[in-house]
Ligand binder design. Structure first.
Ligand SMILES: [Zn+2]
Length: 85
């Protein structure tokens, strides 16, 4: 019995709330690897695509090296029209 985890990375496309990513997923555990952290010593793994996306958002706060832009319609540049609850 091996105590060491030997991941079998496979590139896969995932989508979460319109955010499409190509990430590495481990065939053994089903873990997703953060593409920004990589799979080296600083790797970060998540169990769900949602957690992966949230983790990647955290990169924007930490380093400001990552800028997330949207091609979706961002028409609300003004504030003061909050009608939704
Ligand atoms: Zn990361």
């Amino acid at each position: 019995m091996s105590l060491q985890w030997e991941p079998q990375w496979e590139e896969t496309k995932v989508e979460y709330k319109g955010i499409r990513l190509i990430v590495l997923v481990d065939r053994v555990t089903g873990l997703y690897a953060c593409p920004i952290c990589g799979i080296g010593d600083r790797a970060t793994y998540t169990f769900t695509v949602k957690d992966l996306v949230l983790h990647m958002y955290a990169h924007t706060r930490k380093s400001e090296k990552v800028i997330i832009t949207s091609t979706a319609s961002v028409s609300e540049e003004k504030r003061g029209e909050d009608e939704e609850e």
